[in-house]
Structures are given as structure tokens and as C-alpha cells.
Design a protein around this ligand. Sequence first.
Ligand SMILES: Nc1ncnc2c1ncn2[C@@H]1O[C@H](COP(=O)(O)OP(=O)(O)OP(=O)(O)O)[C@@H](O)[C@H]1O
Ligand code: SF4
Ligand SMILES: [Mg+2]
Length: 617
Amino acid sequence: MAFPSQPEAATAARTPKVPTLHQFFAPGGLLSQAHPQYEFRRGQLQMAEAVEKALTERRHLIVEAGTGTGKTLAYLLPVIRSGKRVIISTGTKNLQEQLFFKDIPFLEQLLFSQNPGKLRVCYMKGRNNYLCRQKLYDLTDQPVLSGLDEIEHYRQISAWEPVTETGDRAELTELPENNQLWHKLDARTDRCTGQKCAQWDRCFITEMHRRAMESDIVIVNHHLFFADLALRQSGAPDAGILPEFSAVIFDEAHELEDVASSYFGVTVSNLRFEELARDIESTLKQKQASSPGLLQALGRLRERARFFFGLLPQGEGRFAFTGRDKFLEKHGDDYAAVMQALARIFSELEVLPKKPDEVFGFARRTQELKTQLAFIMESEDKNTVFWIDWRGEARKTRTGQAHIILQATPIDVSEILKQTLFENVETAVLTSATLAVAGAADQGSFEYIRRRVGMDHARELVLPSHFDYARQAILYVPPDLPDPRSASFARGAAEKIRRLLEITRGRAFCLFTSYAQMHDIHDRLLGELPFPMFLQGSAPKNALLEEFRLTANAVLFATASFWQGVDVQGEQLSCVIIDRLPFAVPNDPVVAARIRAIQEAEATHFLNTRCRRRSSP
Ligand SMILES: Nc1ncnc2c1ncn2[C@@H]1O[C@H](COP(=O)(O)OP(=O)(O)OP(=O)(O)O)[C@@H](O)[C@H]1O
Ligand code: SF4
Ligand SMILES: [Mg+2]
């Protein structure tokens, strides 16, 4: 697969007056006239120069610059000056929105106020963020809604559908994030009939692609980027949704390895079986195209899958699926029964006398599930770690079962990324506040990240932080809290947080490593704090963030997606509290497999070099 170069026409040619980096960032320059808090940050200008050079010379670049350096502008300006089509990939959807709704309009106003519309930028998110018009219309014909909340949410979505231009649910600021109705209406591929759909021309996904084709800068997130890369790699027809591009900038690039691994891996859960059966049943019932044989096969699939997942080793959270061969020796018949049940669904779909368009998608999903389950249960690939994520009580499925997820994750994605990405794209820039590993002379080194992601050749730059942390910040680690794994932790932590928030008068983010902990501590403090409290999940993230920015003394309770890159200026955010350091734990199955692989590789390398030295004359 290749990413053919884009003609370097676009923005720069159409707008020859984009200032040079110096004219923009230097004291007295354009930025200083427009940014109310402007400071000259040497690191920011150096980073911008390095990005510009990488784009011009078609080289890769890794750059680390401390948090708050202003990395966003440092890559956006050279990107605009380059005139190439560039993909910018961020760590989260929040950051995409921050770029699209804040940084880009700021630059547009500054650079192109005389030529509005010259800067062609769009964002793309995963399909489940967009409304499927067809699903909404189907639901309107046969409303099956449960509860008053769902009726109210349905009313909001139906009123919004004719007026929204993007169909992006982030616009529905009143809609809670974990909303069941949205799950039934989003534009995932599961029931999409593509060009055969009556809404295809006005579909929000079609529209998103159209906008991307016409844009010079396309803002995506790592999940979308690697989902796209993995899809292209699989060679599926029409694979890939990103337009052709010349360069890609990965912001928050320390996450690349983990995100890429999850998309080059395989995931099968009991919920996926339930959803497949439900989608086939409800769609074919609605289209009056089902058959008694199919209904019977669906019942059998549900029963077999539930039984099979019930036999899997039980645990809490993520753990390695060791002894798959022993498991198969003991439960081989039950595994075979699930595979047969899937095969039977496939053949029942094939012989349906009347085949609505959705049937082809269902057949594809059935086959995919079968191939993927077979890989997880039978593959002996040495570069893959097999593991189970058992969500137990914390997250029951609609059938009351625990949510059980089987995973196969590549241990080392460097070769895949090297071949599919870095050898095909002219310029890739990796940036973040944390990429280098301190070496002996305290000189940051990118060797570790380069090796892990397969980036053999890249220019490198480490820029010191612009801030004097020792003078400008306080770090407090409570010395007397119970072990975070103990039951008494939440009570102690809530009390400590309450006292800290009294000192800072709110104006804080309280960030947690799990939803359960976030809810627990939030509920303990509800009514105890004299400050406005916001909770992740109660509204879309960008809406929450905007409310936080606008509300005096606010406190936000949130999880991973607010950990990084979020920009709240001034004293509105004066304190960040985290429940525990989010380091990958060494007994996590994927981390453990990686540590083992690195140790083995080092041992082999050590043995080889020693043997060579000893045997050389
Ligand atoms: N030269 C500058 N002077 C003052 N403020 C600036 C300057 N450049 C950028 N900023 C502001 O600094 C804030 C942080 O910028 P940005 O989000 O790009 O930081 P970052 O380097 O990406 O940090 P992080 O690593 O936390 O993501 C933003 O509000 C931005 O508008
Ligand atoms: S094309 Fe697919 S996603 Fe779009 S409206 Fe039709 S079914 Fe929904
Ligand atoms: Mg940033």
C-alpha cells in the first residue's frame, strides 16, 4: 500500500502571503500582536523550523517539547505553509475538536482574514460518532423506545437530523455520552448497505469523505488513523477512508504503539455475538425476510456462544489467556459447536429466498467473527499475546452476562508500521511532551520509541520546557493514603480531595484511572463541595469542557480522555488531581509479553555479540 504524493498546490499556492515562521513566532511578529498571553518561546520556533524542514526535505522527524510549549501552532503553521495535504492525528476526539474549533479558526482569522475560506480543513471521526439517517427513519416507522429518557433523546435527535450539517453527535450537547439510543442509531458499518442505501447521497459518512477529499488539512485521531491503516493492509475492497496525503503529524505520539497494536490485533466478545444475532433478527423481521431455519440457527448461536464464553477462564480485568491448548483439549467440542453455529447462520443467510441488501453485511460479519475467533483460539503466532478482558460485575451486558472480551494483540508492531506507514509516507512527524527516555548524560534519547514503532530514520529534536516548574508549580503526594487497591482508599482519597479543593477554591480537574473510581469519589463529594461539579458522561466531552471553561470555580471529574493535551487557559484550571499514576502495570498481559520479548531479544543480542567477540581472532 502506498500513500501517493499530493500535488503541492493547495493552500500555499493559493495564498502566497503566509508569513515565514520568524515573522509569525518572533517577538513583535504576527502571533505577538494577536495572542493576548504571547511570550516568545524559543522552543516553539525551533520546533516549527524542524517541522518545516522535515516537510520540505521529505524526512521523518521526532520532536519532544514540554507541555504547554505551544506545539499545536508549531506544527500547524509549517503545515499551512507547505501547501501539502497533511493528516494531523491527535490522541483523542477532544483534541481534534480543540484543533478544529479553536486553533484553526485562530490561525484562519490571523492569516486569511482577507480571504475567508482559503484554509480548507476538516475533521474525521470514527463512524459511530455520526448519525445513520436510515436507522433513524427505520425507527421512526417502527418506534421501539424504552423509557422516558429514550423518548426524550429520540425527540432531540429527530429535531437535529434535518438541520445538522455534519451529523456528529458532539453537536448534541444535551445528549449524555453513554446513551443507549445513540448506539442503535449510529453509522457503524454493521447494518450499512453503502451505495445501495437510499440515503447514500445525503449520508453524513459520504459527506465526511467528500469534505476530506476537498481539504488540505484533515484532522483525525489515532484510532481512526490506525483503523484505516489496518483496513488498507487487510486488502478489503474499498478499504481505507482517508484521502491520499503527503505527510502525517502525530500529536500525543507516545500513544502510537498501543493504539496501533489494538487495530492490528483481533477482538471478539460475547457482546459481538449478541449484537450480530440481534441485528439479523430485528432487521429481517422488519423486512419480513426471515426464515424458520434462520430463526432456529440464531437461537442456537446465542445459546452456544453464551455457553462457550461461560467456560472461559474467569478473572477480574485483563489477564493472559494461557493454556489455550489445554482449554481446547477440554472444551474442544463446545468451541466447535460455536463455529458450527456461525457456519450455519452463514448458510441460512445464503439460502434466504428474499435477500434484503443488509444480508450481505450480515454474512460478512458472520464470516469475520468465525475467522477471528479461530485465530484467537488456534493461532500459534509467536508475535501475538492472547488475553482476556473480563469486565465482570462492573459491566454487564444486556443479557445480564459479564462482558467478556477475547483479545489477540501483536507484541511488536514495528515491522508492520515500518512497512505500511513509514516506508510509504514522505514525512511523518511524531511529537509529544513525553517521548524521549533519559540517557546516561541525561540527554533524551528516542531510540526506544523509534524501535517500538519501526521508525528507522528520523531527525530528532528534544526541546527543554519553557516553564520553571520548581518555581511555578507545587507537586503534592499525600504520604498517608491507604493502598489504592484497598476498600478504604476511596474514603481517604475523597477526604483529601475535598481539602485540596477547598484550598484551590475548585478550579480543578480530578482525573481517575477507572470509571468506577470516578463515580465513587464523585458521589462521595456530591453535596459536600460548595463548587459546581461536572461529571464525564453527563454530556459530550467538548460540551463539558466548554462549561468548565465558562463556570467559575468548577470541578470536573473525568477519566483517560481528559488526561492529556486539554487546553484551559488561565486560573480557571489551577489544580489537577490524579488518583494514581497511569503507568502501564508490569503484570498487564500485553506489557508483560512485551517486557519478555525485549528481554529475550536483548539476551540474544548479548549472546550473539559476546560469541562473535570471543570467536573473533
Ligand atoms: N507563543 C505563545 N505565547 C503564549 N501562549 C501561547 C504561545 N503559543 C501557544 N500558546 C498557548 O499555549 C497554550 C498551550 O498550547 P498547546 O496546547 O499547543 O501546548 P502543547 O505544547 O501542545 O502542550 P501539551 O503537551 O500539554 O499538549 C494554548 O492556550 C496556546 O494558545
Ligand atoms: S449509507 Fe449507511 S450509514 Fe449512511 S445512511 Fe445509509 S445505511 Fe446509514
Ligand atoms: Mg498538545
